[in-house]
Write a protein that binds this ligand. Structure first.
Ligand SMILES: [Zn+2]
Length: 593
């Protein structure tokens, strides 16, 4: 079917003479005029005969869409044979127009020009960008958009270079929308079985994050929670830049072919999210490595480029049964602080040591101790040469020994493509979670034919290491939140400082203090409500802010602050500058507090 829609100031038409014997009977005679209307010139084609009901549905839907865009209330359905050289059966065409008229009459004032008659017409097109549109509707799933119609030649040319546009669903009634809203607004957090320091409860109290049924296993980061996440990332970047890591970012969905090469398509089928685009299968990435491999391979590498350390804070998706999802601990969408290292055999040990140094440094910052460290060695089913397994396992173990890290060996528990070290943290309920890992990989460089040119001019395979430090940043935040009971150190706190006035007289001075603190880079809030100081301080304590700065008459007069820390200890008469210097150092040194 081909249509040409004209948004018009008016159309006038008059049936003059039957164009063929079977033309419509009983039509309105004389001149008809419709003002402020959307005229749909329509040609019913042979190919439409196969699936009339679908074509009618698309036809009416498309008219509704256009009418909505141009805000038209009056529709004129106008049979117009000249749009096509492949016209369909006239009886069917007439019936089709009548059915469409009926369907549209529920929403619009519809006028239908007679079918099968020669008609005289006069139309005044409004001339705005959407006032002339041509469309080709077919029984397949897309609508061909002919864009703006011009003269006949131009119009035909444009119809050939069409773009597809999905058919929009029937619009919902207000009641239906209300009902859906009720369903999606339901909160899933049932706190009855949770400990008070459960990160889901703390997250709610401190307004950090929430979870909603519309996105199982995915976090809605509120402003304050996202701050924490971003600060952890900022710290991560700082450490990794200092350790000569590069950072890349690869696409969220990639063609099936890539995942067939990496093996994820078959091996993790039931955990993958698959989507389609232009008849191609795509995978929402469950891992960052394949994308990283393409970046590695985008230029030729020499031994001088190695070791190459490439990080990616990639957001990955892996399906889990919804029953096992649990707040930030078990999620479907998460951010991995991933990195892939490419090196030569004699660089492996130093690289592993470098990774462990980073892990130790970062966990010391949070005062988190590993519950246990596991070295998993070659399984029965494996790929790769024995000497590489020997070398890899020996390198991992040598570093653990050198670092004097207690570890246990999980013999035969390594991946089929390489041995690994896992670092486990304990949460406040005593459950352990794997966070950091270091994993050797003999498979991926083979499958992707990763290469470098060695000193002797020969092409060789690099050794590849995968590693994460936080693991999933979401889970790490969950563990950290419970570990700290929501009392984040100053550098990580969403609200670091709270300025509290005792009476309204101090508000102007307090506002000045807040401005100075903000300028000095602090996240600070002012509580100048007319409430008792006791109440205001209690609320700030529940918010777990690091310092409560109270300002009374004396402080205003002396230009000082009364500084109360989280333990409730108050220091009086602290000059503002002295305080700023002190807390700046506390942030800079990432003091745990
Ligand atoms: Zn990887």
């Amino acid at each position: 079917m081909k249509i040409l829609s004209i948004h018009a100031d008016f159309i006038e038409f008059e049936a003059k003479k039957k164009a063929f014997k079977g033309a419509e009977e009983g039509i309105k005679e004389g001149l008809q005029r419709v003002n402020e209307c959307l005229v749909i010139f329509t040609a019913f084609e042979k190919t439409d005969e196969q699936n009339i009901s679908l074509i009618i549905q698309k036809y009416t839907q498309e008219i509704k869409n256009i009418a909505q865009q141009v805000n038209a209330q009056n529709i004129v359905l106008y049979p117009y044979a000249h749009l096509s050289s492949n016209l369909g059966n006239p009886q069917m065409a007439e019936q089709m127009m009548k059915d469409a008229e009926k369907s549209l009459a529920a929403k619009f004032k519809v006028t239908r020009a007679p079918f099968g008659w020669y008609k005289a017409f006069d139309i005044k097109c409004k001339g705005h960008p959407l006032s002339e549109l041509s469309r080709e509707l077919t029984a397949d799933s897309t609508i061909q958009d002919g864009k703006k119609a011009g003269n006949k030649e131009g119009r035909d040319a444009k119809l050939e270079t069409t773009v597809s546009k999905p058919v929009q669903e029937e619009s919902l009634s207000l009641d239906q929308i209300k009902n859906l809203l009720k369903q999606v607004s339901r909160s899933r957090l049932d706190t009855s079985n949770l400990k008070p320091n459960d990160h889901r409860i703390i997250g709610k109290e401190l307004d950090l994050w929430s979870f909603h049924d519309v996105a199982p296993g995915m976090v809605f980061w509120h402003a304050k929670g996202l701050l924490i996440k971003n600060l952890l990332i900022q710290y991560w970047r700082e450490v990794h830049q200092r350790n000569n890591y590069l950072e890349i970012s690869t696409p969220q969905i990639m063609d099936k072919k890539l995942w067939q090469i990496s093996g994820h398509w078959d091996k993790y089928k039931e955990n993958n999210f698959v989507t389609k685009y232009e008849q191609r299968d795509f995978l929402v990435k469950p891992m960052n490595c394949p994308g990283g491999m393409l970046v590695y391979k985008s230029s030729s590498k020499s031994y001088k480029d190695l070791p190459l350390r490439v990080g990616e804070l990639g957001v990955v998706h892996r399906q889990e049964l919804s029953g096992v999802l649990s707040g930030l601990f078990r999620v479907i969408q998460f951010t991995q602080d991933d990195a892939h290292l490419f090196c030569t055999e004699d660089q492996v040990e130093a690289e592993i040591e470098g990774i462990i140094n980073i892990i130790n440094e970062m966990f010391a910052t949070f005062n988190l101790q590993f519950d246990h460290v596991e070295l998993s060695t070659r399984p029965e089913k494996r790929i790769g040469a024995e000497e590489i397994w020997d070398l890899s396992e020996a390198a991992l173990e040598a570093v653990l020994k050198k670092k004097k890290m207690p570890y246990k060996i999980n013999a035969g528990d390594g991946a089929f493509y390489g041995p690994k070290i896992d670092f486990h943290l304990k949460d406040s309920l005593g459950r352990t979670w794997q966070c950091s890992t270091i994993q050797m990989d003999m498979s991926m460089p083979e499958r992707f034919e990763a290469e470098y040119i060695d000193r002797d001019g020969k092409v060789k395979r690099p050794i590849m290491l995968h590693r994460v430090v936080y693991g999933a940043i979401e889970r790490f935040i969950g563990i950290l939140t419970e570990h700290l009971n929501g009392k984040f150190p100053l550098w990580l706190s969403p609200v670091q400082l709270k300025v509290v006035t005792i009476t309204d007289a101090q508000i102007p001075f307090a506002k000045g203090v807040v401005e100075r603190l903000k300028t000095a880079g602090f996240r600070v809030e002012l509580d100048d409500r007319t409430e008792t100081m006791g109440k205001k301080v209690r609320e700030a304590q529940l918010q777990k802010v690091n310092y409560i700065l109270t300002i009374g008459e004396k402080e205003m007069k002396n230009k000082t602050l009364a500084v109360r820390d989280r333990e409730g200890k108050t220091t009086f008469d602290v000059p503002v500058d002295t305080f700023i210097k002190r807390v700046q150092d506390e942030v800079k040194d990432r003091v745990l507090g």
